[in-house]
Design a protein around this ligand. Structure first.
Ligand SMILES: Cc1ncc(COP(=O)(O)O)c(C=O)c1O
Length: 395
């Protein structure tokens, strides 16, 4: 297997949805990924926020081995172990009541939109079907998810998408108040925008969204698919804001690379859903759920939330220092180990990413000018120093 042979074969056989980086990967260990010929990369992307515990984590590998020998899948027609246990753990951690499990972030988001519409219909028996989403949001790739996603290139080629969505200016409380009405079914917020450039929602904005939705009986949905499950140093990013959403969506790191998404909801919302209204063949299978329980155990046992908080502020201080010294850098920002360096031009950001890859560091670029860092929670201080030195040289 070589990069050139894979490139050629994929060009011929795959529907061309991806513009991949020029690297092939065969295996990983800890924070390192390896390619053909032993090429080694230090990973500051974690498969886009998924591999929070790093690669080939021994506890995860053990659970996969043991559970795959017992039961991988049986469908949701039957009772299987782990779904209820995982739902209970996530409810305890979040303060919400119940979970629905699916296979990806997009599916979790799509389910949350459906649950919100069903709740509005059951509870209010009225035409309150409008979603307020935020500018620069990203919620996934299905028709409902792209309808609530701001970036036109994800939405417009597939029009007409789901109607009934209005976009609010990011962190603009006045715009939120202007657009809010009793026609609103739910306000949709990524607690920290990921694809939109690693931007935390402001305290004032999220609290106002919470107040307005409480006042009319609309719902507040936090998309924590990228920023949830420890990424910001709290189990859930919304816990930094002293609010409680009505629904939260999760996915990426939940089962450490196995496909698993979840919607957490209050009992009030869940009461609108009855058997047969929504479902999935694969979602919440015993293998993925067993791994997710292990992921939560490892996060607690190894004190990873405190580690993310501590190393995140160290990393941010080093990025701030780069911002102060390099004219090409506009600012450093982010929360926990969800960080970004905003450059002044897309070309510079592209060039820095390319140079880092050539030197054996994986980072990515989002929103054209933003260098994004989503390292595994097990990253070390000296590995952070290494990437900062590489960035310094590239800038
Ligand atoms: C905030 C957010 N929502 C939804 C999604 C979609 O998740 P998935 O790619 O697993 O479908 C993503 C993926 O990047 C995301 O970051």
């Amino acid at each position: 297997m070589t990069l050139a042979s894979l490139r050629k074969a994929e060009k011929k056989h795959l529907i061309q949805t991806y513009d991949r980086y020029p690297a092939a990967l065969t295996h990983g260990r800890g924070a390192y990924l390896y390619g053909p010929g032993g090429k080694r990369y230090l990973d500051f992307l974690s498969g886009i926020g998924v591999m929070a515990l790093g690669y080939s984590h021994p506890a995860v590998t053990r659970v996969i081995r043991e559970q795959s020998a017992r039961l991988v899948h049986a469908s949701n027609l039957f009772y299987t172990p782990f779904q209820a246990e995982l739902a209970k753990r996530l409810a305890t951690l979040s303060g919400l009541d119940r979970a629905f499990f699916c296979n990806s972030g997009t599916e979790a988001w799509e389910a949350a939109l459906k649950f919100a519409r069903a709740f509005a219909r059951a509870r209010h028996k009225s035409n309150r079907m409008l979603f307020l989403a935020l500018e620069n949001s990203f919620h996934g790739r299905t028709m409902g998810a792209v309808a609530t996603t701001f970036t036109a290139k994800y939405r417009e080629p597939f029009a007409p998408v789901m109607p009934g969505v209005s976009f609010v200016k990011f962190n603009d409380v006045a715009d939120l108040r202007r657009r809010f009405s009793d026609r609103v079914c739910a306000v949709c917020v990524e607690t920290v925008q990921g694809e939109g450039g690693v931007r935390p929602v402001s305290r004032e904005f999220l609290r106002e969204a919470s107040r307005l939705t409480r006042k009319t009986g609309a719902l507040l949905i936090c998309d924590e698919i990228q920023c949830g499950l420890g990424r910001t140093g709290r189990m859930f990013a919304f816990q930094r804001y002293a609010i409680k959403p009505d629904m939260v969506t999760l996915a990426k790191p939940l089962a450490c690379g196995l496909p698993l998404g979840a919607v957490l909801a209050s009992n009030r919302v869940a009461a609108a859903i009855t058997p047969g209204m929504h479902g999935t063949t694969f979602g919440g299978g015993p293998l993925a759920c067993a791994v997710a329980l292990e992921v939560l155990d490892v996060i607690a046992r190894d004190g990873l939330l405190a580690r993310v908080e501590e190393l995140g502020s160290y990393f941010l201080s080093r990025l701030d220092d780069l911002a102060a010294r390099h004219g090409e850098v506009k600012e450093a920002r982010g929360l926990g180990l969800m960080l970004a360096l905003e450059l002044k031009s897309a070309n510079a950001a592209k060039a820095v990413q390319k140079r880092l890859l050539a030197r054996g560091f994986i980072i990515n670029r989002t929103h054209e000018t933003t260098l994004r860092f989503l390292p595994p929670y097990i990253i070390t201080r000296s590995q952070i120093d290494e990437v900062v030195e590489a960035l310094d040289a590239a800038l």
